[in-house]
Design a protein. Structure first.
Length: 148
């Protein structure tokens, strides 16, 4: 059995670009940056950044393009795919992660272009009133009344 599975969690390095295929299907392409912190031989902390080309199709492309902007975090699950084409007699290659599933990362708190922060519900009032009590029906249900 063979497996081609990619899990990435990183920040967008640019706003998604959306195009339409000849079939009318939407395609969003963007790049994710992931980083890794490690200690080198001298005991100093180092950070390495990797950049990943990512593409999403259809409804996923529309959602990512609508809600994601440069710098926002995104979790992507997909597969690696390499495309090739010829340009001016030269063979060109591009390796990408094709999105199968995704999840938006945490959104910025207040401000930004996403609107105001969500309002919290007010705490429940102390003491119950007659209107707050649960009213149960007076009839009883027998096992014969259940259809399954």
């Amino acid at each position: 059995m063979y497996l081609n599975k990619v899990l990435l969690y990183g920040n967008l390095t640019r706003d998604p670009e959306v195009r339409a295929l000849p079939s009318g299907q939407q395609v969003a392409s963007f790049s994710l940056a992931t980083n890794r912190t490690y200690t080198n031989k001298e005991g100093q902390k180092q950070e390495a950044v990797e950049y990943h080309n990512v593409v999403a199709f259809g409804r996923q492309a529309e959602l990512i393009a609508q809600y994601m902007k440069k710098g926002r975090p995104l979790f992507v699950e997909g597969r690696i795919q390499t495309r090739s084409w010829e340009k001016e007699g030269q063979k060109q290659y591009r390796t990408e992660v094709v999105v199968d599933n995704f999840q938006f990362g945490p959104s910025p708190m207040a401000g930004g272009d996403r609107g105001p922060a969500p309002q919290r519900a007010s705490p429940p009032k102390a003491g119950k009133t007659k209107d707050d009590e649960v009213q149960y029906p007076e009839e009883t249900v027998s096992a014969d009344d259940i259809p399954f």
